[in-house]
Write a protein that binds this ligand. Structure first.
Ligand code: MG
Length: 398
């Protein structure tokens, strides 16, 4: 029996985003595992939750009992769930799975049932402030084999149209919902018309719209034949999904802000979404993610795990192991790895011609160069981009 001897938190920002990874060490010489616990915007709180609360709870326990330890970590504070705790749990949970697969001397996907496919098709982000810029970015990705592209005009919230603010309006990341939908439709229509029908196009509303306008926008997107429209509504407005379903066939993706695994029940069982945009660490790791993936399989809902730059390469590696072993896999978001990330995380999943490949080494197949990681310290400055405001100064979801 391998028992948990130590749990360590490593925080690093080789590509700018604050990443948190966890090393769980056992009393068996050389047996350890890595997990991702990245919650970029509150990384200090996640680190404290692991080091001050979960580590004392787990030291000396059997590393093989992953399911039991997950349940224990979730309820031990009595008040449960939430992004800080769930990410902390995920870091340990994923590391325990890495350990189990290393013990079995198998790549993790073998423990999940084996491959359904050799690699995961990915989508990349084609973004820009001018149509030409978006088109150039799209063509660049397509020349690298990418066949699925998320198209955004000026990032979330679209282009900055002329806005009149009241006197004394506080500083913020202002946006105008009407200007956003206008510019987004223009960009999506342009890309469809110049790049043709073979390209799969995606778009992320990022919950920027009021419910009625989200219904209208999803309907306006229908002729563009999107691969999916992401987060047309906020989790708070889920009951409006039915209204979108009634008026158009635009495929919907949701869920990166969900926390508890049971939040998926209504949207999956009522078939209100087509793709699950789960941020796997926000959910608590692989243990709950594979259950929700199976629930989706039984209801015809496919996976599209969240994979932006604020997922560590350890988290990306986990995503890819899950992708290749999940029958109802849909698509994998991928943000690319710069050289610093590849050096700090030897064994990043490999990208070739529109696909991400998992490694065949035992476990997740990824390591962390801690000496190098220390050369890219995290930044705890106050976050501006989430201080979103409507033209009259009202604070809005980012
Ligand atoms: Mg999103």
């Amino acid at each position: 029996m391998a028992t948990i001897r130590n749990i360590r938190v490593i925080q690093t920002a080789p590509a700018g985003a604050n990443l948190t990874v966890v090393c769980v060490e056992t009393d068996e010489p050389g047996l350890y595992g890595w997990g991702c616990a990245t919650f970029t915007q509150r990384y200090l709180a996640v680190g404290a939750a692991i080091e001050l609360h979960l580590k004392p709870l787990l030291l000396g326990r059997d590393a093989a009992r992953i399911e039991d330890l997950w349940q224990l970590m979730m309820v031990n504070g009595y008040w449960r769930n939430g992004p800080v705790l769930n990410n902390a749990i995920a870091g340990i949970d994923i590391a325990l799975w890495d350990i189990k697969a290393r013990q079995a001397n198998m790549p993790l996907y073998q423990l999940l049932g084996g491959k359904c496919r050799e690699a995961a098709a990915v989508y990349r982000h084609a973004d820009g402030h001018e149509l030409r810029e978006i088109e150039d970015s799209a063509r660049q990705f397509m020349s690298q084999g990418v066949r699925h592209l998320r198209v955004q005009y000026g990032g979330y919230g679209g282009s900055r149209a002329d806005q009149r603010h009241p006197d004394g309006a506080v500083p913020g990341n202002y946006y105008d919902p009407r200007a956003y939908t206008r510019s987004a439709l223009k960009a999506l229509g342009h890309i469809r018309s110049v790049l043709g029908d073979e390209l799969e196009i995606l778009h992320d509303v990022h919950e920027r719209l009021s419910p009625a306008r989200a219904v209208e926008f999803a309907k306006e997107c229908e002729p563009l034949r999107l691969f999916f429209l992401e987060d047309p509504l906020a989790p708070e407005d889920l009951s409006w999904l039915e209204n979108i379903r009634q008026v158009c066939s635009t495929p919907l993706a949701m869920g990166e802000l969900f926390n508890h695994p049971r939040e998926w029940l209504p949207v999956i069982t009522r078939r209100h979404i087509d793709f699950m945009r789960m941020h796997v660490t926000q959910m608590g790791g692989l243990t709950p993610a594979r259950k929700v993936a199976a629930l989706g399989e039984l209801h015809g809902v496919r996976t599209a795990w969240h994979g932006p730059g604020d997922v560590s390469p350890v988290g990306h590696a986990l995503n890819v192991h899950l992708d290749v072993a999940t029958p109802n896999f849909g698509i994998q978001e991928f943000s690319g790895f710069n050289d610093a990330l590849k050096n700090v995380f030897p064994g990043c999943p490999e990208y070739r011609d529109g696909y991400l490949y998992p490694h065949d080494k035992p476990g997740l197949g990824i390591e962390v160069d801690e000496t190098l990681a220390a050369k890219f310290p995290c930044n705890s400055k106050v976050i501006d981009w989430t201080q979103t405001r409507l033209p009259d100064g009202t604070l809005h979801r980012p």
